[in-house]
Design a protein around this ligand. Structure first.
Ligand code: CA
Length: 410
């Protein structure tokens, strides 16, 4: 809404064959450029052109190493061009890259664009924001409350591709993924306007194309101060679901029966043996012994469960992600928030006499309201999102129509 140029770039490279997928995976990349005039555009465009090219050039390296090299090479080239031309001096760009490989999702990341994964009813942020506020929080220099308060500007980034000759690249994963999981890659034009709970709920209830559209529309409706880029990926083919068996979300060690308490083991055995003997000579006592045996066995199990170590950072995993997690539940507050946005938009439309066809929108809205009253928030949020998408579409069409006598300035 407020930027004349788009400094964001993106790239999607799907493997063309099974062997290609096994080697390089499917690749998704978002880059958010910064710098004066055309420099930001140039930096992010270079990133999305150079990185996939450099990555698939590395035939011998492991994906994680190939990714690191691809970003490092791209950084060197962007830096070189920045040095060569005064107009592009110190240009920089974020780069968040997701590869879906047989072993899981592996990420390479620099800057404050984000990669999220929706798994079940939770949204995970897989990337660390290389921003001043996140770095200070991680170093324990500010409390979470201060960080949230907005005292530290959110848009100061501490790492990017281009401004310096060298760059440190985060490699994350492999994160397992399953059919039905969704990924979102986005620039801060989106994550700065829509909070994580909303992102999670919308990603969960809407089909990918609709989710991407509502993210862009909502970010614009909330002021759209920055360029907005979103890539939504849904896993639909069981053949490409990662082969990793463990899930990061509830990883726990399996029960180790060799750690079963010796004493309780002996007590259990003696009780059951006694139960067998009493079964012949004293049946009531057999029942008592049997019950005691079961109690002892159950106690042993509870001990095992309690002693089991929670899963710790797996040595075979790069990085420390996921960094944050949220419940992704469509609820009344999200519905009301969307309804409020819609109401404000309607007032603006009426005030400015935009030509909007309200009949269908009104009918959708009553359905959405009825669903919300019936506490079916999935349907309510779905319908309300559709409403906003439809209305924004009508507004965009009108904006493009030179015959329209009401110029629309959103
Ligand atoms: Ca941005």
């Amino acid at each position: 809404m407020r930027r004349a140029v788009n400094q964001d770039s993106l790239s999607v490279v799907l493997a063309e064959s099974e062997s290609g997928w096994e080697k390089f995976g499917h690749l998704f990349l978002v880059a958010d450029g910064m710098g004066a005039h055309a420099a930001g555009e140039m930096a992010s465009r270079l990133a999305v052109e150079l990185i996939p090219h450099q990555y698939t050039k590395q035939q011998q390296a492991q994906p994680s190493e190939a990714l690191r090299r691809a970003l490092t090479e791209a950084n060197a080239e962007i830096y070189r061009r920045g040095q060569a031309n005064i107009e592009f001096r110190s240009m920089g760009t974020t780069a968040s890259l997701l590869t879906l490989l047989p072993e899981g999702a592996v990420l390479a990341h620099v800057g404050d664009s984000r990669v999220y994964q929706l798994h079940g009813d939770h949204l995970y942020q897989l990337t660390f924001d290389h921003s001043l506020v996140w770095e200070m929080q991680a170093a324990g220099e500010v409390t979470d409350e201060t960080a949230r308060s907005g005292v530290i500007p959110k848009n100061v980034i501490t790492r990017s591709l281009g401004p310096n000759a060298a760059v440190q690249v985060d490699i994350e994963g492999p994160f397992p993924y399953e059919v039905g999981d969704r990924f979102l890659l986005c620039s801060d034009g989106l994550s700065g306007q829509i909070n994580d709970e909303e992102i999670g709920a919308l990603l969960r209830v809407l089909p990918p194309a609709k989710a991407a559209q509502i993210f862009v529309d909502l970010s614009n409706l909330r002021g759209g101060p920055d360029n907005i880029t979103a890539i939504v990926v849904e896993i639909i083919d069981p053949l490409i679901a990662s082969h990793g068996q463990q899930t990061i979300y509830s990883r726990r060690e399996p029960l180790d029966f060799s750690k079963f308490s010796t004493m309780l083991g002996v007590v259990t055995a003696v009780c059951f043996l006694a139960a067998l003997v009493f079964a012949v000579i004293q049946p009531p006592l057999a029942v008592v012994a049997g019950i005691l045996g079961l109690i002892s066995l159950a106690t042993g199990f509870v001990q095992l469960l309690l002693r089991r170590e929670p899963a710790q950072a797996d040595g075979s995993r790069y990085g420390k992600g996921p960094y944050r997690q949220f419940r992704a539940t469509p609820n009344l507050s999200l519905f009301e928030h969307l309804a409020g946005t819609m109401k404000a938009l309607r007032e603006a439309a009426e005030e400015r006499k935009w030509k909007i066809d309200w009949t269908q929108l009104d009918s959708l809205f009553s359905q959405a309201r009825a669903a919300a009253d019936g506490r079916d928030f999935t349907t309510a949020v779905r319908l309300q999102s559709q409403l906003i998408i439809d209305l924004m579409q009508q507004i965009r069409t009108q904006r493009r129509d030179p015959a329209s006598d009401s110029a629309i300035d959103l």
